[in-house]
Design a protein around this ligand. Structure first.
Ligand SMILES: Cc1cc2nc3c(=O)[nH]c(=O)nc-3n(C[C@H](O)[C@H](O)[C@H](O)COP(=O)(O)OP(=O)(O)OC[C@H]3O[C@@H](n4cnc5c(N)ncnc54)[C@H](O)[C@@H]3O)c2cc1C
Ligand SMILES: NC(=O)c1ccc[n+]([C@@H]2O[C@H](COP(=O)([O-])OP(=O)(O)OC[C@H]3O[C@@H](n4cnc5c(N)ncnc54)[C@H](OP(=O)(O)O)[C@@H]3O)[C@@H](O)[C@H]2O)c1
Length: 470
């Protein structure tokens, strides 16, 4: 196998997941002109692009134009897409391992972190993940229902996902109608009674994880005033020292300036309000059979031994009446049978992308990780490009050292295995047919697309295009 990577004997790579990390990984692999590479990319959904389709907020369509870059990768020779194929359900890790020289896990962090407080599972208390998937037409959430009949919603967390969900709760129908928000969500949000959205940060304004444009947008909503009590912006000594120091992240300093501007505004009597609170942690969600209120604890901030500014409960409590709680405190990865997983950190243990087996204290050559499942659920789309570069450099280093490619791939090839199992896998051509159907459904309404919400609708759109073509 010494000629692995030649035209006669290309390096065969399986990528599990078709989000940004999977696509940047494929691009870095396929663009090498001195090594011949074939990439088979698998996704559990018939539709590619991961959170670019199912995470990015529908009122941010420009961000989704990054898909043009991924389309160029998909058009490269040696690339194949197998949508509607879940690794762990339709194929095992072992079956991939037998057929590919390298397997790259790019399957993201599909689930949410929990607060671990009483009442978290009451109806009306949800992970932001569920809400995001629902308004973005993720097929797993097509039948979800959110009770939007109360006047107040509470969003927990000070990250960009919290900003997204708060904004989506505040957008007027006219602004939703021109987006690719799932139809079921447009109807429900348009009927929503929610008039106040409270965003809770457990630390202070100087520690919020929002980026500046996302904060600014909260103050530019057509239908909602932004409210911050100036008293909440009084910085504790540690935060003041941080904001005034040269080490201060400019994003944090600018956030504090924007919050200050918000706190000085006079409300314009818009129909809705977004209220930002700081140094508040949820301690209990209360209600008879559904969410009726949330109890929050007031925090003080202090610097720990490592210099980090942390929140500490003062014991002071406050109860806020509300009917919906969305916890937006971060995503979390899940393990896949057949590869090591770190349950504490919720990711695949790895070094520069090479999977590590901590139990045996060994690296697992031939198995690699990239994106959120490699480094945890943080970073914007572009962060995954550099991250993929690192993983792919590791793969090529292992190819050069002979650490991968010692086995002959076994027969039959993966497409034969899938066909024998009778699954309805989706090729890239099939996806393009689904894409065309969605885009043309949206055109008459001036929308970028109307998304299919169910797998069988997607498969039908692909198959009916096949039937027309033949
Ligand atoms: C709500 C939200 C909004 C965001 N908005 C922005 C934004 O506006 N701008 C920005 O720059 N960044 C944004 N981000 C961050 C950005 O989306 C991430 O950095 C990026 O998507 C992570 O890429 P990934 O490929 O690691 O994971 P993902 O994008 O999650 O892709 C993982 C893919 O793996 C597939 N998969 C999962 N399990 C399996 C399996 N067992 N078998 C096969 N396939 C599987 C999934 O279906 C999915 O397609 C947002 C993130 C979230 C959560
Ligand atoms: N428009 C965009 O560019 C966009 C949109 C969406 C997402 N993204 C990116 O996607 C990534 C993930 O975003 P995210 O919002 O999910 O995560 P995030 O940026 O890590 O924010 C998580 C927030 O949850 C808080 N939190 C964590 N545990 C908590 C607890 N137990 N109680 C109360 N609060 C808690 C954190 O506070 P502490 O700081 O105190 O831990 C933080 O404010 C980020 O990198 C983000 O920038 C980008």
């Amino acid at each position: 196998m010494s000629d692995l990577g030649s035209l006669e004997n290309p390096l065969r790579v399986a990528i599990v997941g078709s989000g940004p990390a999977g696509f940047y990984g494929a691009e870095h692999l396929l663009k090498r002109d001195d090594v011949s590479v074939e990439v088979d990319m698998f996704d559990r959904l018939p539709t590619p692009f991961g959170l670019v389709r199912a995470g990015v907020a529908p009122d941010h369509p420009k961000i989704k134009s990054v898909i043009r870059v991924y389309e160029k990768t998909a058009a490269r020779g040696g690339f194949r897409f197998f949508g509607n194929v879940e690794i762990g359900r339709d194929l095992t890790v072992a079956e991939l391992e037998q057929r590919y020289n390298a397997v790259v896990y790019a399957y993201g962090t599909a689930t949410d972190r929990r607060l671990g407080i009483p009442g978290e599972d009451l109806p009306g208390s949800h992970a932001a993940t569920e809400f995001v998937n629902w308004y973005n037409a993720h097929p797993d959430f097509a039948d979800h229902r959110f009770d939007l009949s109360a006047r107040r919603a509470v969003v927990i967390g000070n990250g960009n996902v919290a900003a997204d969900v708060a904004r989506m709760l505040a957008l007027p129908r006219a602004e939703l109608d021109v987006t690719d928000t799932a139809d079921h969500a447009i109807e429900a949000l348009a009927e929503s009674a929610i008039a106040e959205i409270v965003i809770l940060g457990r630390r202070g304004p100087a520690q919020a994880a929002f980026t500046n444009p996302e904060v600014r947008e909260l103050g530019e909503l057509t239908d909602a005033d932004i409210i911050i009590d100036p008293a909440e912006l009084e910085l504790d000594p540690a935060s003041r020292e941080y904001i005034d120091s040269e080490d201060c992240d400019p994003t944090h300093r600018r956030n504090v300036e924007i919050f200050t501007d918000f706190s000085e505004r006079q409300p314009e009597d818009k129909p809705k309000r977004v209220v930002m609170r700081f140094c508040c942690s949820p301690v209990e969600i209360r209600g008879e059979g559904k969410v009726e209120s949330i109890v929050i604890g007031h925090n003080e901030l202090y610097r720990d031994d490592s210099g980090q500014i942390r929140a500490r409960d003062t014991g002071e409590r406050e109860e806020i009446e509300c009917g919906l709680v969305l916890r937006s405190i971060g995503y979390r990865g899940i393990g896949l049978e057949g590869i090591p997983f770190d349950p504490r950190r919720g990711l695949i243990p790895n070094e520069a992308g090479r999977v590590n087996d901590p139990e045996r204290g060994e690296q697992v050559p031939g198995h690699y990780a990239v994106g959120w499942i490699k480094r945890g659920p943080s970073g914007v789309i572009g962060t995954n490009k550099k991250d993929a570069q690192e993983t792919v450099a590791t793969i090529f280093a292992d190819l050069e050292s002979g650490a991968i490619g010692k086995r002959e791939p076994v027969e039959p090839p993966i497409e034969v295995v899938l066909a024998a199992r009778g699954g309805d896998h989706i090729t890239y051509l099939d996806w393009q047919a689904i894409d065309r159907a969605e885009v043309s459904a949206g055109e008459p309404q001036g929308r970028p697309r109307i998304k299919f919400c169910r797998i069988d609708e997607m498969v039908d759109a692909a198959r009916s295009a096949d039937a027309v073509a033949s």
